[in-house]
Design a protein around this ligand. Structure first.
Ligand SMILES: NC(=O)c1ccc[n+]([C@@H]2O[C@H](COP(=O)([O-])OP(=O)(O)OC[C@H]3O[C@@H](n4cnc5c(N)ncnc54)[C@H](OP(=O)(O)O)[C@@H]3O)[C@@H](O)[C@H]2O)c1
Length: 290
């Protein structure tokens, strides 16, 4: 199934204030653009000011209006995270927080260095935890809001060699449930998307190399996702249309986690010529790779 052309978001966010972390790249940049096109006022944050400025310029151009502000912050520095929260509320109450910034590193469990583990947990779990907490305190006081966390299929199943990343993403899914459970009655909804393999700079090198041969036969739609498709799932969870969705993990993975393996004799892995899909080798299905 070919990737759809990028469409106008059907959901509208006029008058809504949205903060997107990791807005300088990939899924975050697409989310900034989608919210801007949907009429929201967006604060995009990241560490790379130049890339943030370029994302903001292109999102404003796509929206036909100046809707995106930027703020440089390293989320692993608590003082910078606090400054970001101040900035996010400087123009009025924040309606939506998208905890999207994240990092990964391919290291077998037996070899993960303490520094790598700490960097991944700090970025993917501690920072979103603190940002959600600081933001939710204010959301509760101002009458409510929505938090969308970006987890991963790796929050639900193991992928090797990414033990530290898997642990961090399982953690953010648990955090999502806790926030939903504790704050739902106070007017704050919290959900997560679980992206499967998505074409962004984070996985660019993998997709250019032989790793895609291992991944693609396991995705029933026969292709990797687009950042814009993850952004659309994020906008849905942030919208009023999802008003009764709380504490949920929304899989956005082309069906990858829907099944286990293709029986080599009866149901060979799908081969879709021209769809970003290599010839499948179904005879020896690997185990443990979603
Ligand atoms: N792509 C996939 O296949 C995939 C699959 C499942 C889940 N995800 C998740 O989706 C999210 C976005 O990933 P992506 O693929 O779009 O990756 P990406 O293109 O590499 O973007 C990562 C973003 O995180 C920001 N970031 C990283 N460390 C930060 C820090 N300490 N402080 C502030 N910002 C920081 C980066 O900003 P700067 O560079 O400006 O600092 C960048 O904007 C991540 O949480 C990732 O785990 C991705």
């Amino acid at each position: 199934m070919p990737a759809p052309a990028v469409r106008e978001p059907p959901l509208r966010f006029e008058g809504r204030r949205v903060l997107v972390t990791g807005g300088s790249s990939g899924i975050g940049a697409a989310t900034v653009s989608a919210f801007a096109r949907a009429g929201a006022s967006v604060l995009a944050t990241g560490r790379d000011e130049q890339r943030l400025a370029s994302v903001a310029a292109s999102a404003d151009a796509g929206a036909g209006a100046a809707r995106v502000r930027t703020f440089r912050a390293d989320l692993c520095e608590e003082s910078e995270l606090e400054s970001l929260v101040e900035e996010a509320w400087s123009e009025g109450p924040l309606d939506v927080l998208v905890n999207n910034a994240g990092v990964g590193s391919a290291e077998p469990f037996l070899e993960v260095a303490t520094g790598t583990l700490r960097r991944i947990i700090e970025t993917n779990l501690v920072a979103p935890f603190l940002l959600a907490q600081r933001t939710a305190r204010r959301m509760v006081a101002s009458g409510g809001g929505v938090i969308v966390n970006v987890a991963s299929t790796d929050a639900l199943v193991a992928e090797s060699p990414f033990a530290a990343y898997c642990a961090s993403k399982a953690g953010i899914l648990a955090l999502t449930r806790s926030i939903a459970w504790e704050l739902g009655h106070l007017g704050v909804r919290c959900n997560a998307i679980c992206p499967g393999l998505t074409r962004t700079p984070m996985v660019g090198a993998d997709l250019a190399g032989d790793l895609k041969d291992a991944y693609l036969p396991r995705i029933p739609l026969g292709r990797v996702g687009l950042a814009e498709e993850q952004a659309a799932a994020i906008l849905f969870l942030a919208s009023e249309e999802a008003s009764f969705v709380n504490g949920a993990p929304l899989l956005c993975d082309g069906g990858q986690l829907a099944g286990f393996w293709y029986h080599p004799r009866h149901a060979p892995a799908p081969q879709r010529p021209g769809a970003d899909h290599p010839a499948a080798e179904p005879e020896t299905p690997e185990r443990g790779c979603p």
